[in-house]
Write a protein that binds this ligand. Structure first.
Ligand code: ZN
Ligand code: ZN
Length: 598
């Protein structure tokens, strides 16, 4: 019996409306999803000229018999969807048949497939079946799509540069392999291997194949669940970050989806551990009852909504915060013995298949998105050390920051410290900034802030426009225990201020605070405001670079820093401390044979 069923007309039209073959990546996506549906455990994608010349997908799936192989290219065929309800279930991956028909109409296809003893060979040019014959009895399917859009020159022109086409495909296969670590994927372009996973089911190994060993070693495993959701995955240490959110991958019930709210919560959980415009690398696999999910059923967009979003976001946040907040996060300066084999290149990405949600209200659209892929590395990885889950990163310890002893100061800026493990370099300004910041945040967060009267009230002149906005939003300041009143034309007078305001910077701080209130207006958010003010004041109050302090002052600063909730970064996300282990220093000075000391 034919596996592929002929769909209900209405359903077919529904899908056809949204389904367009746009570029090489959409073809790859379609073919690869067919391979997955066929139960393949190994899928090879081989491109010529980024797929513009040829896309070949080789799988070891269950294959098709002759009848199915021919029917697969007819317009209303699909093997997966029986009724409309299925459309709203996440278990279904794609839309076979429908898209295959579209692809065959604008390319030349050569299909070799075998479901059992007898193989079938089908050749289709521009949608017309040219040949159906017996083929090899190799189990699985080899489908070659060449000269995409050869008969539609207008569409051909819309193809992006080879670079962009390749970036899109790589991005898609990277994410797919993260969601299906149990499948062995190979991606090649003109004989260069771009990705090769082992199909062992180990997500960390896939991460290593995509980002390289250095990143894989700095990934932290997370796992947890609540009544509705189960989450497992990996998040990068805060020191590992990228310029794009594209490396934050969310997988729901085995399928890569995009959801800006999850991305936002993930990114917020890293707040102040990394610079604001940088994003972590994360892979979160969420498992839940399909009835909790609502999928926007556009085949190229994988937006997903959850009916119990709050509990999901809470769980995500809790897992990330708890796994980064109890660690020694001092970046270790590693001494490389050999040149890394993985060369990272940055590609521009601007496409539908990027799971980045660029249309969300929460984020400003990023027109030119960046992804990082590994270009070209050899398949032979035997000399590249294995990443084992338990040696990924240092164990959690009671103390966040180890005890260390200052030995001197460089350029009035960097404190050199030591302990039995090695040498630490502390950025004096960043460290002080962090200590100040946590103090301010604590003060500002107290429920009953007292206000301090000003001996000499401060008058602040504003533009007429600013004055109107401030007058409207005066309550924000009075709530914060400012005593502030309009004073003359376009001016305000401040008579009292909250006690946490640093004495030496009262006027400066008040001006800045008013500026922020005016700038944020209706979107005023006390949390974010406190954040901004605390960051700014902590910087103002911190020791500047090029200031010589005594050994005692250094000691006091280190002690304060060690008491911080996050001693590792300044409020702007810069590191406060870096670390050279004894071993790495020995390597640097070639004091010991590289292989003698472990
Ligand atoms: Zn600063
Ligand atoms: Zn800073």
């Amino acid at each position: 019996m034919a596996i592929i069923k002929v769909m209900d007309e209405l359903l077919a039209n529904k899908i056809a409306a949204g389904e367009v073959v746009e570029r090489c990546a959409s073809v790859v996506k379609e073919l690869v999803e067919n391979s997955i549906d066929a139960g393949s455990t190994e899928i090879k994608v081989e491109l010529k000229d980024s797929g513009t010349r040829e896309i070949k997908v080789i799988d070891n799936g269950k294959g098709m018999d002759e009848a199915d192989a021919v029917l697969a290219f007819s317009r209303h065929a699909t093997s997966k969807i029986d009724d409309e309800d299925d459309l709203y279930r996440l278990q279904t991956l794609g839309f076979r048949g429908e898209a295959l028909a579209s692809i065959s109409a604008v390319s030349k296809i050569d299909l070799k497939t075998c479901a059992g003893d007898i193989g079938t060979h089908v050749v289709i040019n521009g949608g017309k079946i040219c040949k159906v014959s017996k083929g090899d009895a190799r189990k699985g399917t080899v489908i070659t799509v060449s000269e995409l859009f050869y008969n539609t020159p207008a569409r051909l022109k819309h193809m992006k540069s080879l670079y962009t086409e390749l970036a899109n495909i790589t991005d898609y296969i990277n994410k797919l392999s993260l969601s299906r670590p149990d499948i062995r994927f190979t991606l090649k372009n003109n004989d260069g291997v771009l990705l090769s996973t082992d199909g062992s089911g180990n997500v960390l190994k896939v991460i290593k194949s995509i980002y390289g060993s250095d990143v894989a070693r700095k990934m932290i495993k997370i796992e947890g669940e609540n009544a509705d959701y189960e989450i497992s995955g990996y998040i990068s240490l805060p020191e590992v970050h990228r310029s794009s959110r594209n490396n934050m991958v969310t997988i729901v019930n085995g399928r890569v989806v995009r959801n800006t709210e999850i991305n936002r919560v993930v990114n917020d959980a890293y707040h102040s551990y990394k610079p604001d415009n940088r994003y972590p690398i994360t892979v979160l696999a969420i498992t839940t009852d399909p009835s909790v999910i609502d999928v926007n059923i556009h085949p190229t967009k994988m937006d997903v909504k959850f009916s119990k979003m709050d509990t999901l976001l809470d769980l995500v946040k809790e897992l990330i915060v708890s796994s980064i907040s109890h660690r020694n996060l001092i970046p270790k300066v590693e001494v490389a013995i050999e040149k890394p084999k993985y060369e990272e290149i940055t590609l521009n990405l601007n496409n539908d298949l990027s799971f980045e949600n660029v249309n969300s209200e929460n984020f400003k659209p990023e027109i030119e998105d960046e992804i990082v892929v590994n270009d070209f590395y050899s398949e032979d990885e035997t000399d590249y050390d294995e990443v084992k889950e338990d040696e990924i990163y240092e164990e959690k310890s009671e103390e966040l920051m180890p005890q260390m002893y200052p030995v001197g100061l460089v350029h009035g800026t960097y404190i050199i410290c030591q302990n039995e493990k090695g040498m630490y370099i502390i950025d004096q300004h960043a460290a002080k900034e962090r200590c100040n910041y946590e103090k301010f945040k604590e003060e500002m967060g107290k429920p009953n802030i007292v206000s301090t009267p000003l001996l000499f009230p401060i008058t602040i002149e504003l533009s007429n426009n600013e004055f109107i906005i401030l007058k409207e939003n005066m309550h924000i300041l009075t709530d914060m225990k400012f005593l502030i009143e309009p004073f003359g034309i376009n001016s305000v007078i401040v008579k009292e201020h909250p006690a946490w305001l640093p004495k030496d910077f009262v006027e400066d701080s008040i001006r800045k605070i008013i500026e922020i209130v005016i700038a944020t207006e209706k979107n005023f958010d006390i949390e974010k405001f406190n954040e901004k003010v605390a960051t700014r004041m902590s910087c103002k109050k911190a020791i500047k670079a090029n200031t010589n302090i005594t050994l005692e002052e250094m000691e006091a600063l280190i002690n304060d820093l060690r008491k911080c909730k996050n001693p590792f970064n300044c409020p702007h996300g810069r590191p406060t401390t870096i670390f050279y282990s004894n071993y790495d220093m020995e390597k640097l000075f070639k004091r010991s044979g590289f292989d003698v000391i472990k």
